[in-house]
Design a protein around this ligand. Structure first.
Ligand code: GLU
Length: 506
């Protein structure tokens, strides 16, 4: 299906708020497709609906892609030969193309006020402005040319409507869904342009721009599929069938549980972000969490999203961006919705922590330690990361798991004490202190062999000793192997903590 023409795709958000995670996936698929075909990815802002404009949304979207490492070749803030790329700056272009449709008899001017339209809706059941009703309305098809001109000269507001011919099949060839066929009679004469703000509606601006920007493939969410027949008809009305882009409508992202579309409320309810970055609503001040602030790695989020609606046809789950570019295939996108399994997103982050070097995670962990007022040599942090990272999915969880390496326990968990600190524990720990103190070689191996020998010689119970030992150093029952802990703490700190615990738990 892919012609020799240079692939040009676009991501064209409307700046109506923060970018939803489904939008991120759409952009990602466009990006993968463009890179795979050595094509171009364009960033267009569709801001023709001024009522829905939200301050800061455009900047937010750009920052999101910067964080994710999804780069564009052209568009708002990137430049290029087909600009301006912000639709509000292309008013004159749309005006010209709307006029072309009117002149060709493919669109017409309509004066019906909202009140008049409401009245008609009350009068006619299931009223739709179309071939069967347009003759009853105040438009350039029913009014004389003079009257139309007079009304416009009087400053009356109007819209331009697309004149849809009824009763014929409209076929959308979709790369994912195959042939989608509808009858044109179900479509209404969509408004393409409004005199009030001199702006086109989404449909007209979208088609004109896709044409002028030489877009070859329109890859977008399933929610736009119902608009596609209208878009096909617009291409035809302009005489642009030859260069009509191929369509690919991506499956919806579905709720993690139950049915229906993923919503922000699902995220709030189940505790996961639905936005790439944290977003503060400029009107209400309400803050919504973001993947970045929730400490996901951008690579992990990309990997997770890539597999929501596409599958490689193999068992492979971990993909670098380059591997995704190589493997991605619109033919392997599913028609049915993809359940947004956020636990899987956490799993991906866990996997990426394992893949990253101890150096990289150690540095991130050190940043977090600094916030807690702790500075630690990177060598120590690296060792701790190496020991602990397979237990965590996020860097901050390292703190929960490994805080005791940096701060001595100030109290001893009551439950653990009850269970692990027995009458003879103080005596055992005192003996163990003497043994450890006598060791010149404080390596994991040497400690282990000497301590095990001591336990054996005395007929002690290993579990009992180790549990009490852990309590003295950690303050509770968590942590890695005891001798991994002692060797990182060092002899002096180990003995200090043991003495403190013996005194406290007496
Ligand atoms: N402006 C539309 C949006 O917000 C673009 C839809 C399309 O890609 O055609 O998603």
């Amino acid at each position: 299906m892919i012609s020799k023409q240079k692939v040009r795709v676009r991501f064209a958000p409307s700046p109506t708020g923060p970018l939803h995670i489904g939008g991120v996936r759409t952009a990602l698929y466009n990006y993968l497709f463009a890179r795979q075909h050595q094509g171009e990815l364009i960033f267009r802002i569709e801001d023709t609906d001024s009522n829905r404009f939200v301050e800061g949304a455009e900047e937010y979207i750009l920052e999101s892609f910067q964080w994710l490492g999804i780069d564009f070749d052209e568009g708002v803030s990137f430049g290029g030969d087909y600009g301006p790329y912000r639709q509000s700056e292309r008013k004159a272009i749309y005006k010209e193309y709307v006029q072309k449709l009117i002149d060709a008899g493919k669109a017409y001017i309509a004066f019906d006020t909202p009140e008049e339209l409401d009245a008609k809706r009350n009068e006619i059941q299931n009223f739709q402005y179309d071939a069967s009703t347009r003759t009853l309305m105040a438009n350039s098809l029913t009014l004389s040319k003079e009257s139309v001109e007079q009304r416009i000269a009087n400053g009356e507001q109007y819209v331009v409507r697309f004149k849809i011919e009824p009763n014929h099949d409209v076929i959308v060839q979709d790369l994912i869904r195959g042939e989608v066929k509808i009858n044109s009679s179900i479509l209404d004469d969509k408004v393409l342009y409004k005199s009030a703000d001199q702006l086109p509606t989404y449909h007209l601006a979208n088609i004109v721009d896709d044409h002028l920007m030489k877009i070859t493939h329109v890859i977008r969410g399933e929610e736009w599929l119902p608009s596609a027949p209208l878009h096909v008809l617009l291409y035809r009305a302009f005489g642009w069938e030859e260069t009509m882009p191929a369509f690919a409508h991506l499956p919806l992202l579905l709720k993690p549980e139950g049915s229906g579309k993923l919503s922000k409320r699902d995220g709030d309810r189940l505790g996961f972000p639905v936005f790439p970055l944290e977003w503060k609503d400029p009107e209400t001040g309400e803050v919504s969490s973001g993947y970045r602030e929730s400490e996901y790695f951008p690579e992990a989020l990309i990997n997770f999203l890539a597999l929501l609606g596409w599958n490689p046809g193999t068992e492979q789950e971990i993909f670098s961006l380059d591997e995704l570019i190589e493997a991605f295939d619109l033919d392997r996108c599913s028609k049915s919705g993809a359940k947004f399994d956020f636990q899987k997103g956490i799993w991906f982050n866990h996997q990426y922590i394992q893949l990253k070097s101890e150096e990289e995670i150690g540095k991130l962990f050190n940043d977090l330690l600094v916030e807690k007022g702790i500075t630690a040599p990177i060598e120590k942090t690296k060792t701790i990361v190496g020991l602990m990272k397979n237990r965590v999915s996020f860097v901050s969880e390292l703190w929960e798991q490994a805080d005791f390496f940096f701060i001595a326990p100030t109290h001893y968990d009551e439950k653990t004490v009850k269970k692990r600190w027995k009458e003879d524990s103080a005596k055992h720990m005192t003996e163990l202190m003497h043994l450890l103190e006598s060791l010149d070689d404080f390596s994991v191996e040497n400690q282990e062999s000497k301590v095990m020998q001591w336990i054996k010689d005395n007929g002690y119970h290993t579990g009992k000793i180790m549990n009490a030992f852990r309590l003295t150093l950690v303050g509770e029952g968590k942590g890695p192997q005891m001798f991994d802990i002692t060797s990182i703490l060092g002899k002096e700190e180990t003995l200090k903590r043991m003495q403190k615990a013996i005194d406290a738990l007496k």
